[in-house]
Design a protein around this ligand. Structure first.
Ligand code: SAM
Ligand code: SF4
Length: 363
């Protein structure tokens, strides 16, 4: 299967020679049963990590001596396209492309161009991206042309020096230019900010005001114990309950029911008119409504971000040109989706809950 070379919705499916083949296969798979886990949760949201590499080394995400996967272990972009198609045929309505840093994977836009055909047919409701923003200025318009409507950009501080200290490599201006380009291209931008005790706690309210002035939502994330990093997790962990209480001293928070298919709980800030989300895996477990799974760039399926159990999808993908083996592997894996994670950070739990870093599974 070759990759499409251009993309402007809704002509994608008609313009490329391989698209007819893809589309026939998509239709043939339309009848495949939905993926439903043992707790009755329908899997409609898949996060695909397209690379474990990144141009940053955020202190809470990666260690300085990360070992990256050899290229031969990675699924090709064509394989990722096929894998995503198989999930969509089984009821996935929302795909989030993540990493590592997804926009540093070579030729990544060809995957977006190919996946956009599922938006054109209506099989897929949403194709989104989580990025550190460093390459966003280059790709924002093309992403919009491929039907991407929303992007999540990670931004933990607007102080250039602090930004460099947190990301170890990043240039704040480049990320801000990426955010500008995304908004100019008509993409709706949500900021993700990991709360870090003693590092950016004083910036949360200013970040929220800035984001809301620019029409962006802000989601705060609690640091999760994934993989070993140089800093003690307990030293980084900022419980968001306290943050919320602090914001409530100055602003009026109104709980919102909408969950955007994710684990964030949102409030509307009456004074700014903007939305603020909280992802609080530690202080409030969000597993009961989990509709998602994660696939790594090697085709390993994690049924839960916080558990080690996984299933290999690369072998069934590579061992047969049709999707029977893959579908059987999906059924088997989803049948093992656990009820939830067991994250704890306290003095008796200093080790990571799971040894893999967030950059492997995709955030
Ligand atoms: N590189 C992209 C980015 O930074 O947005 C995408 C991948 S990154 C792993 C996805 C999200 O996970 C980011 O918002 C990042 O801040 C968050 N993240 C990484 N490690 C984390 C951890 N240990 N706990 C909580 N959030 C984490
Ligand atoms: Fe890279 Fe994103 Fe992890 Fe930061 S959070 S090191 S940008 S993958």
């Amino acid at each position: 299967m070759s990759m499409n070379t251009h993309c402007t919705l809704p002509n994608v499916a008609k313009s490329a020679p391989s698209a007819a083949e893809d589309s026939a296969k998509d239709q043939a798979q339309d009848q495949a049963p939905a993926l439903i886990d043992p707790f009755g949760r329908k899997i409609t949201y898949v996060r695909v990590s397209v690379t474990d590499r990144c141009d940053f080394r955020c202190v809470y995400c990666m260690s300085e001596d990360m070992e990256f996967l050899p290229k031969r272990d990675l699924l090709s972009l064509e394989e990722l396209n096929r894998l995503c198609g198989a999930f969509i045929a089984r009821g996935t309505r929302k795909l989030r492309i993540t990493g590592g840093e997804p926009l540093v994977r070579r030729n990544i836009m060809s995957l977006f161009r190919n996946l956009s055909r599922h938006l054109a047919t209506g099989a897929l409701e949403e194709l989104t991206l989580t990025t550190n923003g460093s390459q966003l200025a280059l790709y924002a318009q093309e992403l919009a042309d491929c039907g991407v409507r929303r992007v999540n950009v990670s931004l933990d501080t607007r102080d250039p020096e602090k930004f460099r200290a947190i990301t170890k490599r990043g240039d704040l201006d480049q990320v801000l230019a990426g955010i500008d380009a995304a908004q100019k291209a008509g993409l709706s931008v949500k900021l993700n900010m990991v709360g870090l005790k003693g590092v950016n706690d004083d910036e949360i309210i200013p970040m929220m005001i800035w984001a809301h002035e620019r029409g962006m939502d802000l989601t705060m994330i609690e640091v999760m114990p994934l993989g070993s990093v140089e800093t003690e997790r307990l030293d980084q962990y900022l419980p968001l309950d306290a943050v919320r209480a602090r914001i409530a001293e100055r602003f009026t928070l109104r709980d919102l029911a909408d969950r955007t298919g994710g684990p964030a709980r949102y409030v509307k800030i009456e004074e700014t008119g903007g939305r603020l989300g909280f992802i609080t895996p530690l202080s409030h477990n969000f597993c009961e409504s989990c509709n998602r799974v994660r696939v790594t760039c090697t085709g390993t399926l994690y049924m839960c971000l916080g558990q080690e159990d996984a299933a290999d999808l690369r072998a069934p993908l590579r061992n047969s040109p049709t999707d029977e083996l893959l579908n059987a592997a999906l059924d088997e894996a989803i049948g093992r989706k656990p009820k939830g994670h067991d994250f704890v950070i306290d003095r008796t739990h200093r080790d990571p809950a799971v040894p893999r870093h967030m950059s492997v599974t995709g955030g």
